[in-house]
Design a protein around this ligand. Structure first.
Ligand code: ADP
Length: 188
């Protein structure tokens, strides 16, 4: 099963993805986590990636696609994968479709987690105090939300027109969100 999970920063994607992979038993491919792992090294590439992420910008499409395609071809993804935070631009969505067409493995569903901007800013500022992520500060949070609306939101229409979109209200309590996700994916 191949599933894409779309949602603005702070929508709770990470939490819901962890619950979903536990029940579906497929790997969780979070491009944010993969890029943070790259940034932990001290190389030219890690500094290049950090220059985007720490400014609230998206990492370059070709770089993200290279990381994702390597993972997807690995044996651990034979049964499928849950993409968290990818694709995030129309170019990435197109590259993913082309790559999956080559592999002969179409996407099964695209989940959209909807949360309004005010709640997102509040959640992200709270997370900034506990997690210490360098990209969780007021200016960067606003920039990430702006980038989400400009670059990622158009994917909702793109996947709706493919008949793959399932939208879930992310303003509810965690358990209620998860139960709606299960319903949207028709899981028992
Ligand atoms: P959040 O959901 O809070 O934005 P993520 O862990 O998904 O957190 O992503 C953190 C950062 O990593 C993003 O703000 C962006 O800079 C970068 N990133 C993650 N996924 C992608 C992607 N698919 N394309 C480009 N940049 C990405």
């Amino acid at each position: 099963m191949l599933i894409v999970f779309i949602g603005p920063p702070g929508a709770g994607k990470g939490t819901q993805c962890r619950r979903l992979v536990d029940s579906l038993r497929i790997p969780h491919l979070s491009t944010g986590e993969m890029l943070r792992a790259v940034m932990e090294q001290d190389t030219a590439l890690s500094r290049y990636v950090a220059s985007y992420i720490n400014a609230g910008k998206l990492a370059p499409d070709h770089l993200v696609m290279r990381i994702v395609s390597q993972q997807l071809k690995s044996p651990q993804c034979e049964r499928g994968a849950l993409f968290d935070g990818f694709p995030r631009t129309m170019v990435q969505a197109q590259m993913l479709d082309d790559f999956l067409a080559e592999l002969g493995r179409p996407l099964d569903a695209v989940l959209e987690l909807r949360v309004n901007d005010e709640a997102l800013i509040e959640r992200l500022l709270k997370r900034a105090k506990t997690d210490g992520r360098a990209d969780d500060n007021d200016a960067t949070i606003r920039e990430r939300l702006r980038v989400f609306h400009e670059q990622t939101k158009p994917l909702v229409q793109y996947y709706a027109s493919q008949g793959k979109l399932r939208s879930v209200d992310g303003m509810q309590a965690e358990d209620a969100v998860f139960s709606d996700i299960r319903g949207a994916l028709k899981l028992p």
